[in-house]
Design a protein around this ligand. Structure first.
Ligand code: SF4
Length: 257
């Protein structure tokens, strides 16, 4: 069976999305501890690691871990808000990645500001997508979008914009108040099931992206074994988080999950 891990390697983030549902609390480990976790994943025969956080690129040694993982034939998938993905950084890390997923919810700077991503977010993502296209970089480029009350009216514009690029897939999530900040701000962001269905219908007609997936964030998390920044391992089922151990304390076995 293919073993896929989602590694929230840091709880730190350089954006402040008010709908964020990451685990806010764990403290970051240092390079040596994270290397120990990676070596454990290699021993356990993990096939794919989705590197995320927080923002994984805030760790200044992330390149080293990606390189080691890549050298062991593990597929590295990076989910990033793109803020630290300069051209220089792309040159360094893209060769180690199987896919890159960029998070963008709107092309409107005011909406991005209200979501907590910052007014410069669209510009940054645009620079990255242009760079990949202009340099004909062969990497699976995916986009993640969370649909909320604040950006639902601008999703058409985003679809038109994304049609300009050769994207591998577009995943569109319905906002879910899973935990932490997302739970606190539920009333600001939540949309109904029927609103989400309308968006699905519209985008199926308007988007040229071949793979377009509509999901609730709960469905996304149900597919993964999560490792948090402190090495704890969680499984999330139907919105409930269950801790099953900690890799550094050696009290978990991925083969039994
Ligand atoms: S949604 Fe992603 S980019 Fe936004 S604050 Fe949370 S971890 Fe950071």
């Amino acid at each position: 069976m293919k073993k896929e891990i989602c590694w929230n390697i840091t709880a730190r983030c350089n954006q402040n999305c008010f709908y964020c549902h990451r685990f806010n609390h764990p403290k970051d480990l240092g390079f040596e501890d994270n290397l120990e976790i990676l070596n454990y994943l290699i021993e356990q025969g993990v096939d794919e690691i989705t590197w995320t956080g927080g923002e994984a690129l805030t760790l200044n040694y992330i390149d080293k871990l990606l390189k080691i993982s890549h050298s062991q034939n593990i597929k590295n998938k990076l989910i990033t808000n793109g803020k630290l993905l300069t051209k220089r950084k792309m040159k360094t890390i893209l060769p180690y990645l199987d896919s890159i997923t960029l998070s963008i919810d709107s092309t409107n700077d005011d909406i991005n500001y209200l979501l907590g991503r910052g007014r410069d977010h669209y510009g940054r993502i645009n620079e990255i997508l242009e760079y990949i296209a202009l340099n004909n970089i062969k990497i699976k480029t995916r986009v993640n979008t969370v649909v909320t009350k604040l950006n639902i009216s601008s999703i058409d514009e985003l679809a038109k914009y994304l049609n300009r690029f050769e994207l591998y897939s577009w995943r569109i999530f319905k906002f879910m108040p899973l935990r932490e900040t997302a739970k606190i701000n539920k009333d600001i962001f939540e949309i109904s099931e029927s609103e989400f269905k309308k968006i699905q219908k519209k985008l199926k007609n308007n988007s040229k992206i071949r793979i377009i997936e509509f999901r609730s964030e709960i469905e996304m998390e149900n597919n993964y074994i999560l490792i948090l920044a402190d090495g704890s391992v969680f499984i999330t089922k139907n919105g409930e988080d269950k801790k099953i151990g900690n890799i550094l304390r050696k009290n978990v076995s991925l083969s039994k999950i």
